[in-house]
Design a protein around this ligand. Structure first.
Ligand code: UD1
Ligand code: CA
Length: 467
Protein backbone atom coordinates (compact mmCIF):
# COMPACT_ATOMS: atom_id res chain seq x y z
CA UNK A 1 0.00 0.00 0.00
CA UNK A 2 1.07 3.59 -0.60
CA UNK A 3 2.16 6.07 2.06
CA UNK A 4 0.51 5.32 5.42
CA UNK A 5 -2.65 7.23 6.31
CA UNK A 6 -2.73 9.41 9.41
CA UNK A 7 -5.43 8.73 12.00
CA UNK A 8 -7.60 10.74 14.36
CA UNK A 9 -9.35 8.99 17.23
CA UNK A 10 -12.16 10.82 19.02
CA UNK A 11 -12.10 10.21 22.76
CA UNK A 12 -12.89 13.49 24.49
CA UNK A 13 -16.50 12.78 25.36
CA UNK A 14 -17.70 12.32 28.92
CA UNK A 15 -19.53 9.10 28.11
CA UNK A 16 -22.61 10.33 29.99
CA UNK A 17 -24.51 7.11 29.31
CA UNK A 18 -21.85 5.08 31.17
CA UNK A 19 -22.96 6.83 34.41
CA UNK A 20 -19.37 6.82 35.67
CA UNK A 21 -16.83 9.01 37.43
CA UNK A 22 -14.16 7.80 35.01
CA UNK A 23 -13.60 8.71 31.35
CA UNK A 24 -15.29 6.26 28.97
CA UNK A 25 -12.08 5.81 26.97
CA UNK A 26 -10.58 4.02 29.99
CA UNK A 27 -13.54 1.76 30.78
CA UNK A 28 -11.94 -1.66 31.36
CA UNK A 29 -12.62 -4.22 28.66
CA UNK A 30 -10.92 -7.62 29.15
CA UNK A 31 -8.26 -5.91 31.23
CA UNK A 32 -7.48 -3.15 28.70
CA UNK A 33 -8.86 0.38 28.32
CA UNK A 34 -11.79 0.53 25.89
CA UNK A 35 -9.96 2.89 23.53
CA UNK A 36 -6.83 0.71 23.30
CA UNK A 37 -8.60 -1.71 20.95
CA UNK A 38 -9.19 0.94 18.30
CA UNK A 39 -5.62 2.20 18.70
CA UNK A 40 -4.13 -1.27 18.28
CA UNK A 41 -6.23 -1.94 15.19
CA UNK A 42 -5.04 1.36 13.69
CA UNK A 43 -1.42 0.56 14.51
CA UNK A 44 -1.76 -2.90 12.97
CA UNK A 45 -3.22 -1.27 9.86
CA UNK A 46 -0.12 0.91 9.65
CA UNK A 47 -1.71 4.28 10.45
CA UNK A 48 0.78 6.98 11.43
CA UNK A 49 0.77 9.34 13.19
CA UNK A 50 -2.21 8.52 15.44
CA UNK A 51 -3.74 11.60 17.04
CA UNK A 52 -6.04 11.02 20.01
CA UNK A 53 -8.51 13.80 20.81
CA UNK A 54 -8.78 13.98 24.60
CA UNK A 55 -10.94 16.21 26.79
CA UNK A 56 -12.92 14.69 29.62
CA UNK A 57 -10.27 13.23 31.98
CA UNK A 58 -7.59 14.22 29.44
CA UNK A 59 -4.64 13.80 31.80
CA UNK A 60 -5.80 10.41 33.00
CA UNK A 61 -6.34 9.16 29.45
CA UNK A 62 -2.97 10.47 28.28
CA UNK A 63 -1.19 8.92 31.23
CA UNK A 64 -2.85 5.55 30.65
CA UNK A 65 -2.04 5.45 26.94
CA UNK A 66 1.48 6.84 27.12
CA UNK A 67 3.88 8.42 24.67
CA UNK A 68 3.19 6.36 21.55
CA UNK A 69 0.36 8.65 20.44
CA UNK A 70 -0.09 12.34 19.72
CA UNK A 71 -2.73 14.16 21.72
CA UNK A 72 -5.03 17.02 20.78
CA UNK A 73 -6.97 18.70 23.57
CA UNK A 74 -10.66 19.42 23.09
CA UNK A 75 -11.23 21.51 26.20
CA UNK A 76 -14.98 21.83 25.66
CA UNK A 77 -16.83 18.91 24.11
CA UNK A 78 -18.81 20.64 21.40
CA UNK A 79 -19.34 17.60 19.20
CA UNK A 80 -17.50 15.07 17.04
CA UNK A 81 -16.85 17.57 14.23
CA UNK A 82 -15.38 20.01 16.73
CA UNK A 83 -13.24 17.16 18.13
CA UNK A 84 -11.70 16.38 14.74
CA UNK A 85 -11.11 20.09 14.15
CA UNK A 86 -8.91 20.20 17.28
CA UNK A 87 -6.73 17.46 15.79
CA UNK A 88 -6.12 19.19 12.45
CA UNK A 89 -3.15 21.31 13.64
CA UNK A 90 -1.39 18.04 14.64
CA UNK A 91 -1.88 16.51 11.20
CA UNK A 92 1.32 16.41 9.10
CA UNK A 93 1.11 18.91 6.23
CA UNK A 94 1.81 16.17 3.69
CA UNK A 95 -0.81 13.72 4.99
CA UNK A 96 -2.95 12.72 2.01
CA UNK A 97 -5.49 10.54 3.81
CA UNK A 98 -6.87 10.55 7.34
CA UNK A 99 -8.62 7.65 9.02
CA UNK A 100 -11.10 8.94 11.58
CA UNK A 101 -12.41 6.60 14.26
CA UNK A 102 -14.52 6.77 17.34
CA UNK A 103 -12.60 5.58 20.41
CA UNK A 104 -15.61 3.71 21.73
CA UNK A 105 -15.88 1.00 19.05
CA UNK A 106 -13.52 -1.75 20.28
CA UNK A 107 -14.55 -4.58 17.96
CA UNK A 108 -13.00 -2.98 14.89
CA UNK A 109 -10.22 -4.92 13.16
CA UNK A 110 -7.21 -3.74 11.12
CA UNK A 111 -8.98 -5.13 8.02
CA UNK A 112 -11.71 -2.49 8.36
CA UNK A 113 -9.12 0.29 8.18
CA UNK A 114 -7.32 -1.46 5.32
CA UNK A 115 -10.61 -1.68 3.40
CA UNK A 116 -11.44 2.00 3.98
CA UNK A 117 -7.98 3.20 2.96
CA UNK A 118 -7.78 0.88 -0.03
CA UNK A 119 -11.18 2.12 -1.26
CA UNK A 120 -10.06 5.73 -0.80
CA UNK A 121 -6.91 5.14 -2.85
CA UNK A 122 -8.78 3.26 -5.54
CA UNK A 123 -11.69 5.71 -5.96
CA UNK A 124 -10.07 8.99 -4.91
CA UNK A 125 -13.28 9.66 -2.96
CA UNK A 126 -13.33 12.70 -0.66
CA UNK A 127 -14.59 10.32 2.00
CA UNK A 128 -15.08 6.59 2.37
CA UNK A 129 -17.62 5.90 5.04
CA UNK A 130 -17.94 2.57 6.89
CA UNK A 131 -21.60 1.69 7.19
CA UNK A 132 -23.46 -1.24 8.67
CA UNK A 133 -26.91 -2.64 8.08
CA UNK A 134 -28.49 -3.19 11.50
CA UNK A 135 -31.74 -4.91 12.43
CA UNK A 136 -32.06 -2.39 15.22
CA UNK A 137 -30.40 0.90 14.19
CA UNK A 138 -31.52 2.74 17.36
CA UNK A 139 -29.02 5.38 18.51
CA UNK A 140 -26.96 5.50 15.31
CA UNK A 141 -26.82 8.18 12.62
CA UNK A 142 -28.72 7.05 9.50
CA UNK A 143 -27.24 7.15 5.99
CA UNK A 144 -29.30 9.26 3.56
CA UNK A 145 -29.12 8.32 -0.13
CA UNK A 146 -30.72 9.84 -3.21
CA UNK A 147 -32.86 7.98 -5.72
CA UNK A 148 -29.73 6.84 -7.57
CA UNK A 149 -28.26 5.44 -4.34
CA UNK A 150 -25.58 8.11 -3.89
CA UNK A 151 -24.92 9.21 -0.29
CA UNK A 152 -26.24 12.72 0.31
CA UNK A 153 -25.76 12.99 4.07
CA UNK A 154 -26.17 11.50 7.54
CA UNK A 155 -28.92 12.36 9.96
CA UNK A 156 -28.48 11.81 13.69
CA UNK A 157 -31.25 9.89 15.40
CA UNK A 158 -32.26 12.89 17.51
CA UNK A 159 -32.69 15.02 14.36
CA UNK A 160 -34.32 12.32 12.23
CA UNK A 161 -37.90 12.18 11.03
CA UNK A 162 -39.89 9.01 11.68
CA UNK A 163 -39.32 8.04 8.07
CA UNK A 164 -35.55 8.53 8.36
CA UNK A 165 -35.46 6.51 11.57
CA UNK A 166 -36.73 3.53 9.61
CA UNK A 167 -33.46 3.49 7.63
CA UNK A 168 -31.35 0.53 8.72
CA UNK A 169 -28.04 1.60 7.15
CA UNK A 170 -26.09 3.43 9.84
CA UNK A 171 -22.95 5.53 10.25
CA UNK A 172 -20.36 3.64 12.31
CA UNK A 173 -17.99 6.56 12.95
CA UNK A 174 -15.19 4.99 10.91
CA UNK A 175 -14.11 7.09 7.94
CA UNK A 176 -11.23 7.56 5.56
CA UNK A 177 -11.08 11.21 4.40
CA UNK A 178 -8.93 12.80 1.79
CA UNK A 179 -7.07 15.30 4.01
CA UNK A 180 -7.78 18.26 1.73
CA UNK A 181 -11.52 17.54 1.69
CA UNK A 182 -11.63 17.23 5.49
CA UNK A 183 -9.68 20.47 6.04
CA UNK A 184 -12.00 22.24 3.62
CA UNK A 185 -15.35 20.98 4.99
CA UNK A 186 -14.79 21.13 8.78
CA UNK A 187 -14.90 24.97 9.08
CA UNK A 188 -18.27 24.94 7.32
CA UNK A 189 -19.99 22.99 10.13
CA UNK A 190 -22.62 24.64 12.30
CA UNK A 191 -24.40 23.50 15.44
CA UNK A 192 -27.98 24.10 14.39
CA UNK A 193 -29.31 20.70 15.48
CA UNK A 194 -31.13 18.92 18.29
CA UNK A 195 -27.97 18.60 20.42
CA UNK A 196 -26.44 22.01 19.61
CA UNK A 197 -23.21 20.23 18.57
CA UNK A 198 -20.81 20.38 15.64
CA UNK A 199 -21.44 16.95 14.10
CA UNK A 200 -18.69 15.25 12.12
CA UNK A 201 -21.49 13.44 10.32
CA UNK A 202 -22.57 16.76 8.74
CA UNK A 203 -19.25 16.87 6.86
CA UNK A 204 -20.69 14.18 4.59
CA UNK A 205 -23.66 16.37 3.62
CA UNK A 206 -21.35 19.34 3.02
CA UNK A 207 -19.05 17.32 0.77
CA UNK A 208 -21.97 15.75 -1.12
CA UNK A 209 -23.46 19.18 -1.73
CA UNK A 210 -20.15 20.32 -3.20
CA UNK A 211 -20.38 17.42 -5.61
CA UNK A 212 -17.49 15.56 -3.99
CA UNK A 213 -17.40 11.81 -4.30
CA UNK A 214 -18.57 9.85 -1.22
CA UNK A 215 -18.03 6.10 -1.13
CA UNK A 216 -19.32 3.64 1.41
CA UNK A 217 -17.77 0.40 2.60
CA UNK A 218 -20.32 -1.87 4.17
CA UNK A 219 -18.96 -4.32 6.70
CA UNK A 220 -19.94 -7.94 5.98
CA UNK A 221 -20.01 -8.38 9.77
CA UNK A 222 -21.87 -5.43 11.31
CA UNK A 223 -20.74 -6.37 14.85
CA UNK A 224 -17.19 -5.22 13.98
CA UNK A 225 -18.41 -1.66 14.01
CA UNK A 226 -20.64 -1.54 17.09
CA UNK A 227 -20.12 1.32 19.51
CA UNK A 228 -20.11 1.20 23.31
CA UNK A 229 -22.24 3.91 24.87
CA UNK A 230 -23.46 2.23 28.05
CA UNK A 231 -22.36 -0.63 30.28
CA UNK A 232 -24.67 -3.16 28.72
CA UNK A 233 -23.03 -2.49 25.37
CA UNK A 234 -19.66 -2.77 27.16
CA UNK A 235 -20.66 -6.23 28.43
CA UNK A 236 -21.77 -7.26 24.95
CA UNK A 237 -18.52 -6.02 23.43
CA UNK A 238 -16.58 -7.98 26.08
CA UNK A 239 -18.49 -11.12 25.15
CA UNK A 240 -17.87 -10.68 21.44
CA UNK A 241 -14.15 -9.98 21.97
CA UNK A 242 -13.82 -12.92 24.33
CA UNK A 243 -15.35 -15.30 21.79
CA UNK A 244 -13.02 -13.90 19.13
CA UNK A 245 -9.98 -14.61 21.34
CA UNK A 246 -11.17 -18.13 22.27
CA UNK A 247 -11.86 -19.01 18.64
CA UNK A 248 -8.40 -17.80 17.61
CA UNK A 249 -6.79 -19.90 20.37
CA UNK A 250 -8.76 -22.99 19.28
CA UNK A 251 -7.62 -22.49 15.69
CA UNK A 252 -4.02 -22.26 16.94
CA UNK A 253 -4.25 -25.64 18.69
CA UNK A 254 -5.54 -24.89 22.20
CA UNK A 255 -8.54 -26.87 23.51
CA UNK A 256 -11.19 -24.69 25.14
CA UNK A 257 -13.60 -27.10 26.82
CA UNK A 258 -16.31 -24.53 27.60
CA UNK A 259 -16.10 -21.11 25.93
CA UNK A 260 -19.05 -19.87 27.98
CA UNK A 261 -17.05 -19.99 31.23
CA UNK A 262 -13.54 -19.29 29.95
CA UNK A 263 -12.09 -15.78 30.34
CA UNK A 264 -8.84 -15.16 28.50
CA UNK A 265 -7.51 -11.64 27.96
CA UNK A 266 -5.96 -10.57 24.66
CA UNK A 267 -2.53 -10.28 26.33
CA UNK A 268 -2.32 -14.03 27.06
CA UNK A 269 -0.32 -16.52 24.94
CA UNK A 270 -0.90 -20.29 25.11
CA UNK A 271 1.07 -23.17 23.55
CA UNK A 272 -0.30 -26.06 21.54
CA UNK A 273 -2.24 -29.00 22.98
CA UNK A 274 -2.90 -27.16 26.20
CA UNK A 275 -6.39 -27.88 27.52
CA UNK A 276 -8.36 -25.14 29.24
CA UNK A 277 -11.06 -26.61 31.46
CA UNK A 278 -14.23 -24.71 32.49
CA UNK A 279 -14.25 -21.65 34.73
CA UNK A 280 -10.68 -20.65 34.00
CA UNK A 281 -9.54 -17.00 34.04
CA UNK A 282 -6.23 -16.14 32.37
CA UNK A 283 -5.35 -12.48 32.71
CA UNK A 284 -2.70 -9.86 32.14
CA UNK A 285 0.84 -10.57 31.06
CA UNK A 286 0.51 -14.36 31.08
CA UNK A 287 2.22 -16.98 28.94
CA UNK A 288 1.35 -20.68 29.07
CA UNK A 289 3.45 -23.46 27.55
CA UNK A 290 2.38 -26.48 25.52
CA UNK A 291 0.58 -29.60 26.78
CA UNK A 292 -0.67 -28.05 30.01
CA UNK A 293 -3.99 -28.72 31.71
CA UNK A 294 -5.47 -25.54 33.20
CA UNK A 295 -8.53 -25.63 35.44
CA UNK A 296 -11.24 -26.33 36.19
CA UNK A 297 -11.67 -23.30 38.46
CA UNK A 298 -8.37 -21.53 37.96
CA UNK A 299 -7.52 -17.81 38.28
CA UNK A 300 -4.12 -16.98 36.80
CA UNK A 301 -2.73 -13.49 36.34
CA UNK A 302 0.64 -12.07 35.21
CA UNK A 303 2.23 -15.51 35.38
CA UNK A 304 4.63 -17.41 33.11
CA UNK A 305 3.96 -21.15 32.92
CA UNK A 306 6.17 -23.78 31.27
CA UNK A 307 5.17 -26.93 29.35
CA UNK A 308 3.23 -29.90 30.77
CA UNK A 309 1.99 -28.17 33.91
CA UNK A 310 -1.24 -29.09 35.67
CA UNK A 311 -2.79 -26.13 37.47
CA UNK A 312 -6.33 -26.36 38.80
CA UNK A 313 -8.80 -24.89 41.31
CA UNK A 314 -6.28 -22.32 42.53
CA UNK A 315 -5.48 -18.59 42.54
CA UNK A 316 -2.09 -17.66 41.07
CA UNK A 317 -0.78 -14.11 40.57
CA UNK A 318 2.64 -12.80 39.58
CA UNK A 319 4.48 -16.13 39.58
CA UNK A 320 6.97 -17.93 37.34
CA UNK A 321 6.25 -21.61 36.98
CA UNK A 322 8.60 -23.95 35.13
CA UNK A 323 7.71 -27.15 33.26
CA UNK A 324 5.94 -30.13 34.83
CA UNK A 325 4.73 -28.31 37.92
CA UNK A 326 1.40 -29.21 39.49
CA UNK A 327 -0.62 -26.80 41.61
CA UNK A 328 -3.95 -27.41 43.30
CA UNK A 329 -6.55 -27.87 44.48
CA UNK A 330 -7.04 -24.75 46.63
CA UNK A 331 -3.58 -23.22 46.46
CA UNK A 332 -2.88 -19.48 46.64
CA UNK A 333 0.33 -18.51 44.86
CA UNK A 334 1.26 -14.85 45.30
CA UNK A 335 3.68 -12.47 43.55
CA UNK A 336 7.41 -13.13 43.52
CA UNK A 337 7.02 -16.89 43.61
CA UNK A 338 9.20 -19.08 41.38
CA UNK A 339 8.41 -22.79 41.12
CA UNK A 340 11.16 -24.71 39.37
CA UNK A 341 10.64 -27.80 37.26
CA UNK A 342 8.55 -30.58 38.75
CA UNK A 343 7.50 -28.79 41.94
CA UNK A 344 4.23 -30.04 43.43
CA UNK A 345 1.97 -27.74 45.44
CA UNK A 346 -1.14 -29.22 46.99
CA UNK A 347 -4.22 -28.16 48.89
CA UNK A 348 -4.54 -25.21 51.28
CA UNK A 349 -1.03 -23.99 50.58
CA UNK A 350 -0.23 -20.26 50.43
CA UNK A 351 3.10 -19.21 48.92
CA UNK A 352 4.38 -15.64 48.69
CA UNK A 353 7.73 -14.47 47.31
CA UNK A 354 9.35 -17.89 47.56
CA UNK A 355 11.71 -19.67 45.19
CA UNK A 356 11.23 -23.43 45.29
CA UNK A 357 13.80 -25.76 43.71
CA UNK A 358 13.23 -28.66 41.32
CA UNK A 359 11.17 -31.59 42.51
CA UNK A 360 10.30 -30.14 45.91
CA UNK A 361 6.87 -30.96 47.38
CA UNK A 362 4.60 -28.74 49.44
CA UNK A 363 1.46 -30.78 49.54
CA UNK A 364 -0.78 -29.77 52.44
CA UNK A 365 -1.88 -26.89 54.69
CA UNK A 366 1.21 -24.71 54.57
CA UNK A 367 2.22 -21.05 54.54
CA UNK A 368 5.55 -20.19 52.92
CA UNK A 369 6.54 -16.51 52.72
CA UNK A 370 9.86 -14.81 51.84
CA UNK A 371 11.85 -18.02 51.53
CA UNK A 372 14.32 -19.86 49.32
CA UNK A 373 13.91 -23.62 49.21
CA UNK A 374 16.24 -26.07 47.48
CA UNK A 375 15.65 -29.18 45.38
CA UNK A 376 13.91 -32.42 46.30
CA UNK A 377 12.92 -31.10 49.69
CA UNK A 378 9.75 -32.20 51.43
CA UNK A 379 7.74 -29.58 53.28
CA UNK A 380 5.38 -31.43 55.63
CA UNK A 381 1.73 -30.71 56.30
CA UNK A 382 1.09 -27.64 58.39
CA UNK A 383 4.54 -26.05 58.00
CA UNK A 384 4.60 -22.31 58.65
CA UNK A 385 7.35 -19.83 57.89
CA UNK A 386 6.98 -17.08 60.50
CA UNK A 387 8.33 -14.33 58.26
CA UNK A 388 6.80 -11.30 59.94
CA UNK A 389 7.69 -10.09 63.42
CA UNK A 390 5.07 -7.36 63.40
CA UNK A 391 7.48 -4.78 62.02
CA UNK A 392 9.77 -6.41 59.46
CA UNK A 393 9.81 -9.38 57.09
CA UNK A 394 12.60 -11.98 57.42
CA UNK A 395 13.80 -14.75 55.11
CA UNK A 396 13.82 -18.47 55.61
CA UNK A 397 16.42 -20.47 53.69
CA UNK A 398 15.97 -24.22 53.30
CA UNK A 399 18.52 -26.34 51.41
CA UNK A 400 18.29 -29.36 49.11
CA UNK A 401 16.96 -32.77 50.23
CA UNK A 402 15.61 -31.38 53.50
CA UNK A 403 12.78 -33.10 55.35
CA UNK A 404 10.58 -30.66 57.22
CA UNK A 405 8.24 -32.66 59.44
CA UNK A 406 4.58 -31.82 59.84
CA UNK A 407 3.62 -28.75 61.82
CA UNK A 408 7.11 -27.28 61.96
CA UNK A 409 7.25 -23.57 62.71
CA UNK A 410 10.23 -21.91 61.08
CA UNK A 411 10.87 -18.60 62.82
CA UNK A 412 12.75 -16.37 60.39
CA UNK A 413 15.45 -15.39 59.87
CA UNK A 414 16.55 -19.00 59.92
CA UNK A 415 18.61 -21.29 57.66
CA UNK A 416 18.25 -25.04 57.36
CA UNK A 417 21.20 -26.80 55.71
CA UNK A 418 21.12 -29.43 52.95
CA UNK A 419 19.89 -32.85 53.98
CA UNK A 420 18.70 -31.73 57.44
CA UNK A 421 15.72 -33.24 59.25
CA UNK A 422 13.24 -31.12 61.19
CA UNK A 423 11.20 -33.14 63.64
CA UNK A 424 7.44 -32.77 63.46
CA UNK A 425 5.87 -30.01 65.57
CA UNK A 426 9.18 -28.24 66.17
CA UNK A 427 9.41 -24.46 66.49
CA UNK A 428 12.79 -23.76 64.84
CA UNK A 429 14.44 -20.55 65.98
CA UNK A 430 18.13 -21.34 65.33
CA UNK A 431 19.96 -22.34 62.17
CA UNK A 432 20.18 -26.08 61.51
CA UNK A 433 23.46 -27.31 59.99
CA UNK A 434 23.43 -29.70 57.01
CA UNK A 435 22.70 -33.39 57.61
CA UNK A 436 21.53 -32.80 61.19
CA UNK A 437 18.30 -33.47 63.02
CA UNK A 438 16.60 -30.61 64.86
CA UNK A 439 13.98 -31.38 67.47
CA UNK A 440 12.52 -28.50 69.40
CA UNK A 441 9.72 -29.64 71.64
CA UNK A 442 9.33 -30.69 75.27
CA UNK A 443 9.66 -34.41 76.05
CA UNK A 444 6.48 -36.31 76.27
CA UNK A 445 5.57 -37.42 79.77
CA UNK A 446 3.52 -40.57 80.23
CA UNK A 447 1.84 -41.19 83.59
CA UNK A 448 0.92 -44.83 83.61
CA UNK A 449 -2.39 -45.72 85.26
CA UNK A 450 -3.28 -42.04 85.69
CA UNK A 451 -6.79 -42.47 84.29
CA UNK A 452 -7.58 -45.45 86.45
CA UNK A 453 -6.31 -43.67 89.56
CA UNK A 454 -8.41 -40.62 88.84
CA UNK A 455 -11.51 -42.75 88.32
CA UNK A 456 -10.95 -44.54 91.61
CA UNK A 457 -10.38 -41.34 93.53
CA UNK A 458 -13.61 -39.92 92.06
CA UNK A 459 -15.56 -43.01 93.14
CA UNK A 460 -14.13 -42.65 96.63
CA UNK A 461 -15.13 -39.07 96.78
CA UNK A 462 -18.67 -39.89 95.54
CA UNK A 463 -19.06 -42.72 98.11
CA UNK A 464 -17.98 -40.35 100.85
CA UNK A 465 -20.75 -37.95 99.89
CA UNK A 466 -23.41 -40.68 100.07
CA UNK A 467 -22.68 -41.47 103.66
C1 UD1 B 1 -21.68 8.94 16.73
C2 UD1 B 1 -22.16 9.50 15.38
C3 UD1 B 1 -23.28 8.61 14.87
C4 UD1 B 1 -22.79 7.18 14.73
C5 UD1 B 1 -22.17 6.67 16.04
C6 UD1 B 1 -21.48 5.35 15.78
C7 UD1 B 1 -21.89 11.93 15.42
C8 UD1 B 1 -22.53 13.23 15.60
N1 UD1 B 1 -22.65 10.85 15.58
O1 UD1 B 1 -22.77 9.00 17.64
O2 UD1 B 1 -23.74 9.06 13.62
O3 UD1 B 1 -23.86 6.35 14.33
O4 UD1 B 1 -21.19 7.61 16.54
O5 UD1 B 1 -20.92 4.81 16.91
O6 UD1 B 1 -20.71 11.89 15.10
N2 UD1 B 1 -16.43 12.82 21.18
C9 UD1 B 1 -15.45 13.77 21.32
N3 UD1 B 1 -15.81 15.06 21.48
C10 UD1 B 1 -17.10 15.48 21.49
C11 UD1 B 1 -18.10 14.49 21.35
C12 UD1 B 1 -17.73 13.18 21.18
O7 UD1 B 1 -14.26 13.46 21.31
O8 UD1 B 1 -17.32 16.68 21.62
C13 UD1 B 1 -16.02 11.41 21.03
C14 UD1 B 1 -16.59 10.52 22.11
O9 UD1 B 1 -15.68 10.44 23.21
C15 UD1 B 1 -16.74 9.19 21.40
C16 UD1 B 1 -16.96 9.59 19.95
O10 UD1 B 1 -16.54 10.92 19.83
O11 UD1 B 1 -15.58 8.40 21.50
C17 UD1 B 1 -18.42 9.48 19.52
O12 UD1 B 1 -19.22 10.25 20.41
P1 UD1 B 1 -20.59 9.69 20.95
O13 UD1 B 1 -21.20 10.70 21.82
O14 UD1 B 1 -20.42 8.33 21.47
O15 UD1 B 1 -21.42 9.65 19.58
P2 UD1 B 1 -22.64 8.72 19.22
O16 UD1 B 1 -23.85 9.25 19.87
O17 UD1 B 1 -22.29 7.32 19.46
CA1 CA C 1 -20.67 6.24 20.51
Amino acid sequence: MALAPAAIVMAAGKGTRMKSEHPKALAPLLGQPLISYVLRALEAAGASPIIVVVGHGAEQVQQALGERYHYALQAEQLGTGHAVMQALPHLPADAAHVLVASGDSPLVTPEVFHALYETALRTDAACVLATALLDDPTGYGRILRDAAGAVVGIVEEKDATAEQRAIREVCTSFYCFRADALRDALPQLDNQNAQGEYYLTDVIGILAQQGARIETWQSPDPTLLLGVNNRWELAQAAHALRMRILKQLCLEGVTIVDPATTYIEPTVHIGRDTVVEPNTHLRGNTTIGANCILGPDLYLQDTQVGDRCHLFRSHIVGARIEAEVSVGPFAHIRPGTVLHRGVRVGDFVEIKNVEIGEGTKVLHLTYLGDATIGRNTNIGAGTITCNYDGARKHRTVIGDNVFVGSHATLIAPVTIGDGAYIAAASPITDDVPPESLAIARSHQTVKEGWVRKRRESKQHGAGGNEQ
